[in-house]
Design a protein around this ligand. Structure first.
Ligand SMILES: *[C@@H]1O[C@H](CO)[C@@H](O)[C@H](O)[C@H]1NC(C)=O
Ligand SMILES: *[C@@H]1O[C@H](CO)[C@@H](O)[C@H](O)[C@H]1NC(C)=O
Ligand SMILES: *[C@@H]1O[C@H](CO)[C@@H](O)[C@H](O)[C@H]1NC(C)=O
Ligand SMILES: *[C@@H]1O[C@H](CO)[C@@H](O)[C@H](O)[C@H]1NC(C)=O
Ligand SMILES: *[C@@H]1O[C@H](CO)[C@@H](O)[C@H](O)[C@H]1NC(C)=O
Length: 506
């Protein structure tokens, strides 16, 4: 199958923390004797298991593979999630759930872009993980020191993929199971000194979650929660939101020609709707997309998402009180082929036109023009990807080299994978991870429970206080954390991007 112009929308690893307050505390060892780690959700009762944090030696309770919706199969495929049916007895919640169906992503050889030897390829590792349509599960992590009458803040993590890009088509809630996924909620409990409950959810990926069109409203998504219902979700879903390595792809209207064509393509090629065929179509459609891009992403459905998220962000129409956006300084790099032939500035224009298919010719040329002083064409393309889809909506930066997309995530979950964080410096890891848990628990980045946390005062970004926090590393390998001014030239480029948003759908 070849989708030509239509397979050029993309999305990536996208972690978003939605921070709310629990409505009920979980039972713990001292309140419900020693089988205390059961929790009743009305439709089912789950038995948790204990986890001893190797760093603090404190014991938490984890509930793995908790069902939160009916299986999205047969008539519920492509439909909004429904409540789960009642299950009698006690369910053992001690195994990581199987992932939702996974897919490859944009790797098609396109003009000016060559796959061989690219950064994307070298970071990529083929991981075949157990995947199923029965995947609407979540993991819950509860600190061991709470009792029944305490209400703790809940930190909800919406996964991307810790090594690959998530892109609304890869990843799962698991850690230590598939080798690389690393969302060990116990790490976040440690960074909060046991003052938060952590939830990591799975959601349908690729066509199973994001096939849009007049006949199937757009699936749920992530930044999406922050701007859902024009920022007026009632009752509120969460208090504050944090996006990390946020990918902000063009977001078309559900009935725009692009999502409609994809919808037709999928429904005509798989009329029988056999699940194995759908899985294959999902993989093939995504894999044939423009290099480094992703195909099935959120749309503006007019109901849940009422307008461009950038418009909502600009006008402050955000659910919750505060929104914290973190990004890596070199976000674009892994989505660009380093070895693309670099002959003339036209290549950059070509790249832009492929990346953003609804851009007018003059606009593509103008984008290329304002990036023309930023290195060779590969570097310009990487900067275009970074500016347009990551940096402009973000004002906090992660700068430990190489600072590629997703490189920050392991610092929230330092013990969730089979490898240590590349900058394995406890002071740095504590400063970075605790900033976010402080934001969740105290609702204030500057209110620290740990007096050894070295992050200096962190002010909110405003148009008159254009300061962002830089998390970096010195040449001698020491943490380098401090406020920096957002570069003027980046802000200028962001203004330009904003002026052409009608054509970019960003
Ligand atoms: C996608 O298909 C390719 C072959 O075209 C295969 O190598 C890869 O493992 C598939 N990926 C998934 C997640 O199924
Ligand atoms: C539960 O914890 C709260 C807050 O730490 C404390 O005030 C309360 O006394 C505790 N209750 C029991 C039954 O231990
Ligand atoms: C961390 O939590 C423990 C309870 O588990 C408490 O005793 C200790 O005082 C807390 N540390 C700080 C610095 O707040
Ligand atoms: C572009 O510049 C970067 C950084 O100097 C370099 O690594 C890369 O090889 C260059 N690409 C081409 C195609 O010249
Ligand atoms: C995580 O903790 C376990 C102990 O439970 C330890 O064996 C492992 O080495 C740790 N992993 C990392 C990356 O620190």
């Amino acid at each position: 199958m070849h989708l030509g112009n239509f397979a050029r929308i993309r999305s990536l690893l996208f972690g978003l923390l939605l921070i709310g307050r629990s409505t009920s505390a979980f039972p713990t060892e001292d309140t419900a004797r020693h089988d205390s780690s059961t929790v009743s959700l009305g439709y089912a009762t789950y038995q948790g298991s204990t986890y001893r944090d190797p760093f603090t030696e404190k014991t938490n309770t984890q509930f793995l593979g908790v069902r939160y919706a009916a299986p999205p199969t047969s008539s519920l495929r492509f439909a909004v999630p429904q409540p789960p049916a009642a299950t009698p007895g006690i369910q053992e919640a001690d195994k990581q759930p199987d992932a939702c169906y996974q897919s490859g992503y944009g790797s098609e050889l396109s003009p000016g872009v060559v796959l061989e030897g690219s950064a994307l390829k070298s970071r990529e590792e083929t991981i075949i993980i157990p995947a199923t349509e029965y995947c609407l599960f979540l993991n819950i992590y509860v600190p061991g020191n709470v009792n029944d009458s305490q209400k703790l803040p809940v930190i909800a993590w919406i996964h991307g993929h810790i090594i690959n890009r998530g892109g609304y088509l890869l990843g799962s809630a698991a850690y230590g199971y598939y080798g690389y996924d690393g969302y060990n909620g116990n790490d976040v409990i440690r960074a909060s000194n046991g003052t938060a409950i952590v939830v990591v959810i799975q959601y349908r990926l690729g066509i199973f979650g994001f096939l849009a069109g007049q006949k199937s409203a757009g699936g749920g998504s992530v930044l999406q929660h922050a701007v859902a219902n024009g920022g007026k979700t009632n009752p509120p879903l969460f208090r504050n939101a944090v996006s990390s390595s946020m990918f902000y792809p063009p977001q078309y209207k559900f009935n725009d020609p692009l999502p409609e064509a994809l919808f037709r393509q999928i429904t005509t090629s798989t009329p029988a709707a056999d699940i194995k065929d759908l899985e294959a179509v999902n993989n093939a459609t995504n894999t044939e997309a423009f290099f480094g891009t992703f195909t099935f992403v959120p749309v503006v459905d007019g109901v849940f998402i009422t307008e461009q998220p950038s418009t909502s962000l600009k006008e402050g129409k955000i659910n919750g009180n505060k929104f914290l956006a973190m990004t890596n300084i070199n976000e674009g790099t892994i989505f660009i082929n380093e070895n693309a032939p670099v002959t003339s500035p036209e290549t950059t224009t070509h790249y832009v036109a492929n990346l953003l298919p609804e851009l007018k010719e003059s606009e593509a040329a103008a984008v290329a023009n304002i990036h023309s002083s930023l290195g060779n064409v590969s570097e310009q393309a990487a900067q275009i990807m970074a500016d347009a889809l990551f940096l402009c909506p973000t004002h906090g930066e992660f700068a430990v080299p190489p600072s590629l997309h997703g490189d920050d995530v392991i610092y929230y979950f330092p013990n969730g994978t089979n490898r240590a964080p590349p900058f394995n410096n406890q002071q740095f890891i504590q400063a970075f991870s605790q900033s976010f848990t402080n934001f969740a628990t105290a609702q204030d980045l500057n209110q620290k429970w740990d007096e050894t946390n070295i992050t200096p005062a962190w002010t909110a970004w405003t148009s008159t206080n254009r300061m962002e926090m830089h998390f970096g590393q010195t040449a001698n390998g020491a943490p380098d954390i401090g406020s920096i001014l957002t570069p003027e030239d980046l802000l200028k480029r962001c203004e330009f991007w904003s002026s052409i948003s009608a054509s970019t759908a960003i």
